[in-house]
Design a protein around this ligand. Sequence first.
Ligand code: ADP
Ligand code: MG
Length: 468
Amino acid sequence: MNLNIIWEEFLKIIHEEEGSRIVETWFKSVTLSNWDPSTKNVFLKVPNSFIREWITLHYLTLLKTNLSRLFNEKDIAIVFVDQNNSNQVLEALNNDTNLKLNGQVNALSLNVINNKKSLVPLKKSNININIEYLFDNFVVGPNNSLAYSACQAVASKPGTLYNPLFIYGASGLGKTHLLHAIANAIRSKNNKLSVLYQSADRFVNEFINAIRFDKVAAFENKYKNVDVLLIDDIQFISNKEQTQEAFFHIFNALYESKKQIVFSSDSLPHDISGLAERLKSRINCGLVADIQKPSLELKIAILKKKAELHKVSLNDEVAYYIASLSSSNVRELEGLLIRLLAFSSLMHQDISIELANKILPKVTKSSTKNKVLDLHFIAKIIVKNYGFTLSELKSNKRIKSVSLVRHIAMYLMKKYCEKSLLDIGLFFNRKDHTTVIHAVEKIEQLISCDEIFSQEIQSLETKILKNR
Ligand code: ADP
Ligand code: MG
C-alpha cells in the first residue's frame, strides 16, 4: 500500500473541505509514516508538539473519518510520532474522548472540540458535504448578495427558478461554501430530495474510471437520478471532450425533468476556454451570478463571524488588523484567524494586536501581488535608507556597497512592483534584464543564508509597506 498516495489523497480532501490554508498551516508538515493493519494504527509523523496538539484538538475527527475511508477500515487509531525521534511514540489516540493534552489546553479549546464536527457521518449520499457551510454563517455584502440570494432561492424551490444557476468568482470567495449551503438547506428541509455535490475534477476522474472499468451506464445513472446536482469548479471540465459529452447527456436529462443544476466556476462561462459551445449556451439560459472581492468592512464582519463559530469574540481592533493584513481571499483571511486563535489558545495569551503582530505574517502572498508599487517609490526608500543619491543608485559604479544596494533595490522592485525584469533593468539604464535576474538570485541566496541580512531586508519591506 502506497502511504504517500493515501496521504496526498487525504490532503486533497482537507484542501477541498477545509481550505488550502489549513493544509498549509497544519498538515503540510505532517507525514503518514506507517500503517499497521493488525492493530489498525495509523502513524503520523509530526514536527512538534504544538502542531500535534492543534491537530488533535481540531482535526482528529476529520483525520479518523477520512483515513478510515481511505484505508477501508472502521476503527482506526491515530498514533503521533515525533519527527526527531521516529521510534518514540508520543501519544496514541484511540477515541475522541480519550484526549490527553498534557493539561495545556484551556476551556476555550475544549469548547471548540465539543462544538466542532467537521464531517457529517458517512452516509453514502452525502459523503462530500460539509455541514459547517451554511447560509446562516455566510456573511452577505454587496459583493456577494446576488449569488447568495440566488442560492437561497434555489435551495427553497429547486428546479423552478434559476436553472441552471452558475456562480462565478475568484478563488477563496465562498463559491464552495454556497454550494454546500444549498445542499445543507435542502437536506434540513426535505429529506426526500436527493442532492449530489461533486467537484468537476472528481467528476472527470470518476468518468475516466467508469470508462476504464466499463461502468459508464452506472456512472450516468448515478448523476441522472438526483434531484439537485451541484458541480463545483466546472472549469476543470474544459478541454475534456469526452467527459463534456457525458456531462451534456446528464445535464439534458436533469434539465428536461426540471431537476436543479448549480455550477461554480472561477470565470464566466464564455471565458472558460475549451468548454463546448452548446454547454455554454445552456448555462447562459439560466442565471449567472458573480461574487466579487469583499470590502474591508465585509472582511471584518466575516472574521468576527468565524471567530464566533470558534466561540471566541474578536474585538474591532484585532479584526481590523487581520483584515488589513490579508488580501481579499477569505480563505487566507480565515487562515490568519485560525493561526491567531491557535497561538492564543495553546500559549495562554489573550488575543490582542500585539499577539497578532508577533505571530501573523506581515504580508500575505496575494496582498503583495495586489499592491502594485512604483519603481521610483522603492528607489526613494532605498536611497534614503542607505544615504546614496538616486543617480548613484542608477549608475554603473561597481563599488561593492553601491552595487549591493542596487541589487537589493532590484530584488524589492521585482517583489513589489508588477513590472517586467526588462522594465526594472531599464530603470537602472541597463539594456536588458540579465543584471536584474542576477541581482534577484543573489539577494535570495543571501537572505537564505545570512540571518542578519535577511532581517535587514525584512525591515526594508516593513518600511515599504508602511509608506505605500
Ligand atoms: P471558493 O470555493 O470560492 O474558492 P470557499 O467557498 O472554499 O471559496 O471559501 C473559502 C473560505 O472562506 C471558506 O472557509 C468559507 O467558509 C469562507 N468564506 C468565503 N466567503 C465567506 C462569507 N461571505 N462569509 C463567511 N465565510 C466565507
Ligand atoms: Mg471552491
